[in-house]
Write a protein that binds this ligand. Structure first.
Ligand code: NAD
Ligand code: IPM
Ligand code: MN
Length: 352
């Protein structure tokens, strides 16, 4: 099992430290761990947010465990040198087009949701976010018009094969769950979304056992806080999925709890090659203070064990350990508690 660890910036190294403790405590066979520089750290050391040696390492690995990138020092660099380009570059270079972002209520956490407990209790959803296309990767620039005004633009597009493969991922995920798929788009305004909807409907013919519905993204944002229990699997584009998943995290209680798996078509000996990361960023506002919640990263490790290494029992064990710690009332500042990063990691270890 070859694992590349890319901790990145801000709270990245802090949360990764706790995930590694958990990894070390598991009885994993024959594991090769590689560590690489990425993000602002990559830029400062090698002059590039995704140094070639880091990219090669990620390519050679069966799975990448990723912390977070983003550094306020780098916000004024040319875009291609900014830390965020590292994660975008990895997703593209590794062909990781399917981003699975599960949001499930943890027992005992209902009162800490931003929603009323009786509304929050029912949350058990999976956002399947497309990760290789959309307005993220189209032509973009700030240009000066003939009349001297500056104009910013970003070209939004999806080709049908890009929609088809993520639609299949959404339907397949739904088949393993409650067999309900909601495709979220903005087809009432955007042509990109109209094609998205047409292709999702075509793909649906292959999955007669899955109940498909469509929802506009503005309504979806509203429904997610009105009645999140109505959703099973949501399939959506890159930008909408980014926004809705941060929102879903506060329905559960904290962005420090939501993990993700980014998968493509490449196989490992045991499953699918993937990159695993919390959905949150480098949290510069709390970096270096030992306050960050490492649970999202620990839960990302669990997703890695499941999807890339076929180790369902280990994955479930880690997830249970996290749930038990929350049930015991050990919580970080993000959930109104006082436990620090290492304390939370140690509690998960003890629970394991
Ligand atoms: P953020 O997710 O880093 O932080 C948003 C808020 O949530 C902050 O108040 C932060 O303190 C809090 N938070 C985030 N993770 C937490 C955790 N584990 N425990 C406790 N609190 C947590 O989003 P932002 O502030 O918009 O972005 C900061 C930087 O991170 C930017 O440079 C951004 O581009 C980058 N970013 C990177 C990724 C990634 O690496 N995949 C994801 C999102 C944002
Ligand atoms: C995420 C982040 C990234 C995204 C940024 C940092 C490029 O917000 O992983 O959710 O927008 O995909
Ligand atoms: Mn995001």
């Amino acid at each position: 099992m070859k694992i590349a660890i890319l901790a990145g910036d801000g709270i990245g190294p802090e949360i990764m430290g706790e995930a590694r403790k958990v990894m070390n405590a598991l009885d994993l066979p024959d594991c090769t761990i590689m560590e690489g520089d990425v993000g602002g750290a990559g830029y400062k050391k090698h002059g590039h947010p995704l140094p070639p040696e880091t990219l090669d390492m990620a390519k050679a690995a069966d799975a990448v465990l990723f912390g977070a990138v983003g550094d306020p020092d780098c916000d004024n660099l040319e875009r291609h040198l900014r830390p965020e380009q590292a994660i975008l570059g990895l997703r593209q270079a590794l062909g990781l087009f399917a981003n699975l972002r599960p949001a499930t209520m943890f027992p005992g956490l209902e009162d800490l949701s931003a929603l009323r407990p009786e509304v929050a209790r029912a949350i058990d959803l999976l956002i399947v976010r497309e990760l290789n296309g959309d307005v993220y990767f189209g032509e973009k620039a700030i240009r000066t018009l003939e009349d001297g005004r500056r104009q910013g633009y970003d070209f939004m597009s999806y080709a049908e094969d890009e929609v088809r493969r993520i639609a299949h991922a959404g339907f397949r995920a739904a088949q393993t769950r409650k067999k309900r798929l909601t495709s979220v788009d903005k087809a009432n305004v955007l042509e990109t979304s109209q094609l998205w909807r047409d292709v999702v409907i075509e793909v649906a013919r292959d999955y007669p056992d899955v109940e498909l519905s469509h929802m506009y993204v503005d309504n979806a944002a509203m429904q997610l806080v009105r009645d999140p229990g109505q959703f099973d699997v949501i399939v959506t584009g890159n930008l909408f999925g980014d926004i809705l998943s941060d929102q879903a995290s506060m329905c559960v209680g904290s962005i420090g709890l939501l993990a993700s798996a980014s998968l493509g078509e490449e196989r490992t000996e045991w499953g699918t090659k993937g990159l695993y990361e919390p959905i949150h960023g480098s949290a510069p506002d709390i970096a270096g203070q030992g306050k960050a919640n490492p649970m999202a990263t620990i839960l990302s490790l669990a997703m890695m064990l499941r999807h890339s290494f076929g180790r369902e029992a280990d994955a479930a064990r880690v997830e249970k350990a996290v749930a038990r710690v929350l049930e015991q009332g050990i919580k970080g500042a993000d959930l109104g508690g006082s436990a620090g990063t290492a304390e939370i990691g140690d509690a998960v270890l003890a629970s394991l």
